[in-house]
Design a protein around this ligand. Structure first.
Ligand code: FAD
Length: 287
């Protein structure tokens, strides 16, 4: 890609808050390595995988202290409005300018009923816009292969539009391994008059059993040819990574060729798998 094409798009990296000192040291190394590629921002998950709010704050504080753009994720399910406003006030006072606004996952066993004062991400977006006006760039989640709890693709799209109408500035997708799904979703959004940038979320492939577990849970389809080939490698981690890097790099190239407005990498706090894809795409070396 030319430098102009790269500059017009948003490339970002997602991290999760570490729970141990060892994990924190690894995260610092990862951020330092990836930051040399000049991403638009690093995002930090919230409450995902059982992490606590304070782990997210500590990670956000450290990244911010390094002078690096950081976008905290914030989920609203089970929260009171006042708690959300307190967290957002904290971020505003730190001059944080971007958040990823989410519903969050329902506790296992919870039904579809009300969980608290805010039940869907569009309500969180509306609250942040109402209380903080234009202080934040608000990212929301999008699901090219449909959210696993959605009643239909069309209903899911209606609900995605609610988030946009409530004031979302851009979206990051759930990861997928099928560029056609993104293309169809983007086209459907255009037909609905949704014109915010929708940045594909990219999950590097490093481990077959984890990949299958995560993908089953979040509704990401692993194409049969890829699943069968990865499975066939058994414990050969190097072969799994090599094929995974090749397949994901090719998909990313296709996404960029079809006009995707950037890429958001789910790094899982590891620099190398993301950088292997980054370098295959020619997105630029360290400066
Ligand atoms: P919503 O947009 O609220 O949608 C959830 C479901 O409800 C969908 O089926 C939708 O169709 C339906 N729906 C939406 N609005 C309405 C409405 N008004 N009325 C009726 N139905 C509605 N989870 C975490 O816990 N922490 C994180 O940090 C985190 N980061 C993420 C980052 C990205 C980029 C993505 C894609 C997901 C992330 N998740 C995270 C997972 C996310 O919380 C789950 O996918 C969750 O199940 C849905 O969140 P959402 O914001 O998309 O919810």
């Amino acid at each position: 890609m030319t430098s102009t094409q790269i500059a017009e798009r948003t490339f970002s990296f997602e991290l999760f808050p570490p729970k141990t000192d060892h994990g924190a040291a690894k995260l610092r190394d990862t951020v330092s390595t990836l930051n040399a590629r000049h991403p638009a921002f690093f995002s930090v998950t919230y409450g995902a995988g059982g992490s606590t709010q304070s782990n997210t704050f500590a990670t956000v504080d450290w990244i911010k202290s390094q002078g690096i753009e950081v976008a905290p994720h914030l989920s609203c399910i089970g929260s009171k409005r006042s708690e959300i406003v307190d967290i957002m006030s904290r971020y505003a006072s730190q001059a944080i300018r971007r958040i990823v606004a989410l519903r969050g996952d329902l506790p296992s066993g919870a039904g579809a009923g009300s969980m608290g004062e805010l039940n869907h991400a569009n309500e969180l977006v509306a609250l942040v816009r109402d209380q903080f006006r234009e202080a934040f760039h608000i990212e929301v989640a999008a699901y090219p292969e449909m959210h696993p709890q959605a009643l239909s693709f069309e209903r899911d799209l209606d609900n995605f539009k609610r988030k946009v109408d409530a004031g979302a500035d851009s979206a990051i997708t759930q990861y997928f391994y099928n560029a056609d799904a993104y293309e169809h979703f983007s086209d459907a959004c255009v037909r609905r008059g949704i014109d915010i940038p929708i940045v594909p979320g990219v999950m590097p492939i490093t481990n077959f059993s984890n990949l299958v577990r995560f993908s089953d849970a979040c509704g990401a389809e692993i194409p049969r040819w890829l699943r069968k080939r990865l499975e066939g490698y058994g414990d050969d981690v190097a072969a799994i990574r090599a094929l995974g890097t090749e397949a994901v790099s090719k998909m990313c190239q296709r996404l960029l060729d079809m006009g995707a407005p950037g890429l958001h990498f789910y790094t899982m706090n590891q620099a190398d798998p993301t950088l292997a894809i980054w370098d295959n795409l020619g997105l630029g070396g360290p400066l």
